[in-house]
Design a protein around this ligand. Structure first.
Ligand code: BGC
Length: 751
C-alpha cells in the first residue's frame, strides 16, 4: 500500500473513531438527560427540596433522626460521613427505604490527600509540575473513594495576593496561568478518566469567586474586584476547571463588590452558566446562604433562600433556608417552579454521571489501598519537587553524607502533625515521617545531635538557647527546621504580621554566630517574611508543610540525592507592609528604579520640603520584593542563551515560536523550570508589567543543554478590557528565563 493510501486510510479510521466516540458520549449524555427528566417527573416538591439540601451528621438531630430523614428523602447529600460501613448503611436506607431510591452524594474536604498527605496545595504549586500534581489528586481520590467519599470540595483555586490570608495555603498562589494549569491537573486527577469508575470522585472548584481577595487578608472579608481583574485573573483557574470537566462548583463566603458570592447572579448565572455553559451543580459554602443575612444583603432566611436560588445555587450546605422556605416562596409565586427543577436537574445529573444509581455502595476491599507504599513514594516525590532553594552561599548544600555530626535543631524537626499542614481531617500524624527520623535513618542516629531549642513555633522561651548553641558548636553543620505550626494557616487562621513566629529569628541568629555552616529549612503554610534569616543563614530551603513524607523528601535534598527544583508560586514580601505585591502589577506613571529611590537610612535629619524623588517606592522596603515570583535555585547552574523568535510579527489569529537554549553548566543532573513571560506594552486599558504565558519543567543532564520551545498563540494574549475580550495589535516584550525578574529578552508585534 502506498504511503498516501495509508495516511488516507488512517485519517478515515481516525475520523470514524472520533465520530463514534462523539456519538457515544452524546448518546450517553442524552440518556442521562432522559433519566433525569423521568426521575424529576416522579418527584414531589419535598423530594426536590430534599435533593437540594446537604447536611453534616453533627447537625442532623442525632443518628436515628438522620436515618429517618434519609428514609424520607430529606437530604440529597451528606458531608463528613465516612467509613465504609457507615456510608453503605446510610446509602442502603436511601436506595432501599426511601420512596424513589435516589442515592446520596457523600462529600468531604479532601484537599491535599486523604490518608497519604501531600504537600499543601501552595507547596504542590511550587513544583510547577501538573503531571505529579494530577497523580497526587488521583491517589487522594482512590483513597477517599475507598471510604465512600464520592465528592471532594477540591480543588481550591482562589488566587490571592495576600500572604496574611490563612487560606493561601490551600490554593495555587498568585498567578492565573500557573493556577489554571494546575487546576486542570487537579480536576483530572480527582475525577479520573472514567466518571463511573469506583475510584472517580466529583471535583468541586471553589470558592466562586474572589474569596482570596478578602480585605486585609482577614478571612471571610469583603472583596472589591474590578471586572478586568475578575476576568483576567480570578476567574481563569475556574474556567480551566470547568473546561477540564469539573462536575461541581462552590460559591464563596465573600461579599463581591457589594453582592455576596452566594447570591451573585453575575458570577453564578451570567458568567458560569450563560457564558461558560456550565451544566454541573453549584453548592453553597457552609451556611453561606444564611450568612447573607449578616452581610446585610437579606433580611431573613426566606430572602436568603430566594436570592441564592435565583443567583444559581443548587444545593445548600449545612444551613436549611431552602428546606424551610422554598415551598412558601413557590406558593407565593416569588420563584418559578423551573428554578427549583433546574437545580434538581443539576444535582441528579451529577449523581447519574458518577454512576451512583448503578453502583451506590463501596466495596470494603477497596480500603486496602490506603497508604499504599507507592502512594507514599509519590508523596515523597511531590514534597521533593515542591521545595524551593532560596539561598546557597558557597554551596553549603548539599551536605556530604560522610559528615561526622549534624545538629538537628528547631520546633519542626520532629513535629509529625505540623508537617501535614492545614485541612487534614483524615491524615494521621503517626503516618508522618519527620525530618529527624529521616536524617537519623540516613546518617545513623549517632551522627545526629538533636535538640528543639524552642518547643513550638510561637515559643518565646529562650531557656534552651545556651544548650542548643553548645550542641551546635560540637557539630559539623547545623540544620534548623522551623517556620509555622500548621494551626497558623488555614481557614480563619490569618495573621497581621507574617514574620517567623516566637523567638525563632533570635535562635537562628544565635546559631549563625557559632560560625558553623547553617542550613535553615522552613516548613510553613504561607510565604513568610524571612528577610532576617535569609541574611544570617548560609542556605535556606523552603519546604512548606510538606505532608506525610516531608522528612525523607527534605533529607533527599539536604544530602544531595537530588537537587531542589521548585520555584516560588508567590512573591515573597519583605514584611506585611509590602502587601499586596504581585509580579504582574500594572505600571505606575512614576516607576521607581535602583537609581531613583531613597532608602530611609540615607535621608539627612534636616530636610527642605521634598518628595525624595517623586517615585513609587517605600522608604523602608524600596520597590522590589524579598524574592520574586518564579524564583528558585538549584545545586547546579543553568545558563540561558540564544533567544530566537520564529517571526517578529503575527496576526491576531496567528502564533509564533519562541525558543532558547538552557545549559546545565554545573556538576549535577537537575530539573529546571523554564518560564515564558510577555508584556503588552500599550493597551486599551493598562497592562501588567509581565505575565506568565508558559513554563516547562525539564531535566537537564550535567554538561548538556536543551532547546526549549514555546508556541505562543495570539489568542493567549487576549484580555478583558472592561467591555470585551480583545487581542490588541501592538508591540510586545517577551522573556524566557528562570524567574519573573530575570530572562533573555526579545520583542514581537501583533498586526
Ligand atoms: C469552607 C469550605 C469547605 C466547607 C466544608 C467551609 O468552611 O470554606 O472550603 O469545603 O467548609 O467543610
Amino acid at each position: 500500500m502506498s504511503s498516501y493510501k495509508l495516511s488516507v486510510l488512517s485519517s478515515l479510521i481516525f475520523f470514524a473513531a472520533v465520530a463514534i466516540s462523539c456519538n457515544h458520549s452524546e448518546k450517553k449524555s442524552d440518556k442521562i438527560e432522559i433519566r433525569v427528566e423521568q426521575l424529576l417527573e416522579k418527584m414531589t416538591l419535598d423530594d426536590k427540596i430534599g435533593q437540594m439540601t446537604q447536611v453534616d451528621p453533627g447537625f442532623a438531630g442525632g443518628d436515628e433522626q438522620l436515618k429517618k430523614s434519609v428514609r424520607d428523602g430529606r437530604y440529597g447529600s451528606i458531608l463528613n460521613l465516612w467509613g465504609v460501613e457507615k456510608v453503605n448503611e446510610m446509602q442502603k436506607i436511601a436506595i432501599e427505604e426511601s420512596r424513589l431510591g435516589i442515592p446520596l452524594l457523600i462529600g468531604r474536604d479532601v484537599i491535599h490527600g486523604y490518608r497519604t498527605i501531600f504537600p499543601i496545595p501552595l507547596g504542590m504549586a511550587a513544583s510547577w509540575n501538573p503531571e505529579i500534581v494530577k497523580k497526587a489528586f488521583r491517589i487522594s481520590a482512590i483513597e477517599c473513594s475507598s471510604q465512600g467519599i464520592k465528592w471532594t470540595f477540591a480543588p481550591m483555586i482562589d488566587i490571592t495576593w495576600d500572604p496574611r490570608w490563612g487560606r493561601i495555603a490551600e490554593g495555587c498562589g498568585e498567578d492565573p496561568y500557573l493556577a489554571s494549569t494546575l487546576s486542570k491537573a487537579m480536576v483530572e486527577g480527582i475525577q479520573g478518566d472514567n466518571l463511573t469508575d469506583p475510584t472517580a470522585v466529583a471535583a468541586c472548584a471553589k470558592h466562586f469567586a474572589g474569596y482570596g481577595f478578602s480585605e486585609g487578608g482577614r478571612d471571610y472579608n469583603t472583596t472589591y474586584i474590578s471586572e478586568p481583574v475578575l476576568r483576567n485573573v480570578v476567574l481563569k483557574p475556574f474556567k480551566a476547571a470547568k473546561d477540564a470537566g469539573a462536575l461541581t462548583f462552590m460559591s464563596g463566603f465573600n461579599d463581591l463588590n457589594g453582592v455576596p458570592a452566594t447570591g451573585n447572579e453575575f458570577t453564578l448565572r451570567q458568567i458560569l452558566r450563560k457564558e461558560w455553559g456550565f451544566q454541573g451543580m453549584v453548592v453553597s459554602d457552609w451556611s453561606s446562604i444564611s450568612e447573607m443575612i449578616s452581610h446585610g444583603f437579606c433580611a431573613n432566611e426566606k430572602e436568603a433562600a430566594y436570592k441564592a436560588l435565583t443567583a444559581g445555587v443548587d444545593m445548600e450546605m449545612s444551613s436549611f433556608t431552602y428546606a424551610g422556605n422554598l415551598k412558601t416562596l413557590l406558593k407565593e409565586g416569588k420563584i418559578d417552579q423551573k428554578l427549583v427543577d433546574d437545580a434538581v436537574r443539576n444535582i441528579l445529573r451529577v449523581k447519574f454521571k458518577l454512576g451512583l444509581f448503578e453502583n451506590p455502595y463501596v466495596n470494603p476491599e477497596a480500603q486496602k489501598q490506603v497508604l499504599n507504599p507507592e502512594f507514599l513514594d509519590h508523596a515523597r516525590t511531590v514534597a521533593r519537587e515542591s521545595a524551593v532553594l532560596l539561598k546557597n552561599k558557597n554551596k553549603t548544600l548539599p551536605l556530604s553524607p560522610k559528615i561526622h555530626s549534624v545538629a538537628v535543631i528547631g520546633p519542626l524537626a520532629d513535629s509529625p502533625r505540623d508537617q501535614l499542614g492545614t485541612w487534614v481531617f483524615d491524615g494521621k500524624a503517626e503516618n508522618s515521617v519527620t525530618p529527624l527520623t529521616a536524617l537519623k535513618e540516613l546518617l545513623g542516629a549517632d551522627k545526629v545531635n538533636y535538640i528543639k531549642g524552642l518547643q513550638y513555633s510561637r515559643d518565646k522561651n529562650k531557656s534552651e538557647f545556651a544548650k542548643t548553641v553548645a550542641l551546635a558548636k560540637q557539630s559539623d553543620a547545623i540544620v534548623y527546621f522551623g517556620g509555622e505550626e500548621w494551626i497558623l494557616s488555614g481557614e480563619g487562621q490569618c495573621r497581621g504580621e507574617i514574620n517567623m513566629p516566637g523567638a525563632q529569628d533570635e535562635l537562628i541568629e544565635a546559631l549563625a554566630s557559632t560560625g558553623k555552616p547553617l542550613v535553615v529549612v522552613i516548613m510553613a503554610g504561607r510565604p513568610l517574611a524571612i528577610g532576617n534569616l535569609l541574611a544570617k543563614a548560609d542556605a535556606v530551603l523552603y519546604g512548606w508543610h510538606g505532608g506525610s513524607m516531608a522528612g525523607p523528601a527534605l533529607a533527599d535534598l539536604i544530602f544531595g540525592k537530588e537537587s531542589p527544583s521548585g520555584k516560588l508560586p508567590v512573591t515573597f514580601v519583605k514584611g506585611s507592609g509590602q502587601i499586596p505585591f504581585y509580579y504582574y502589577h500594572n505600571n505606575t506613571g512614576r516607576p521607581a528604579s535602583a537609581k531613583n529611590w531613597t532608602p530611609m537610612d540615607s535621608i539627612p535629619v534636616v530636610n527642605p520640603q521634598t518628595s525624595l524623588g517623586y517615585k513609587s517606592f517605600q522608604l523602608d522596603y524600596g520597590f522590589t520584593p524579598l524574592l520574586p515570583f518564579g524564583f528558585g535555585l538549584s545545586y547546579t547552574t543553568f545558563n540561558y542563551s540564544d533567544l530566537k523568535l520564529s517571526a517578529m510579527s503575527m496576526s491576531t489569529t496567528g502564533s509564533i515560536e519562541i525558543k532558547a537554549n538552557v545549559a546545565n553548566s554545573g556538576d549535577m543532573d537537575a530539573d529546571e523550570i523554564v518560564q515564558l513571560y510577555i508584556r503588552d506594552r500599550v493597551g486599551s486599558i493598562t497592562r501588567p508589567v509581565k505575565e506568565l504565558k508558559g513554563y516547562k519543567r525539564v531535566t537537564i543532564k550535567q554538561g548538556k543543554n536543551v532547546e526549549i520551545i514555546f508556541r505562543l498563540e495570539a489568542k493567549d494574549l487576549e484580555f478583558f478590557n472592561g467591555k470585551a475580550n480583545v487581542i490588541e495589535p501592538g508591540e510586545f516584550d517577551v522573556w524566557i528565563g528562570p524567574n519573573s525578574a530575570e530572562g533573555l529578552h526579545g520583542e514581537f508585534t501583533i498586526h
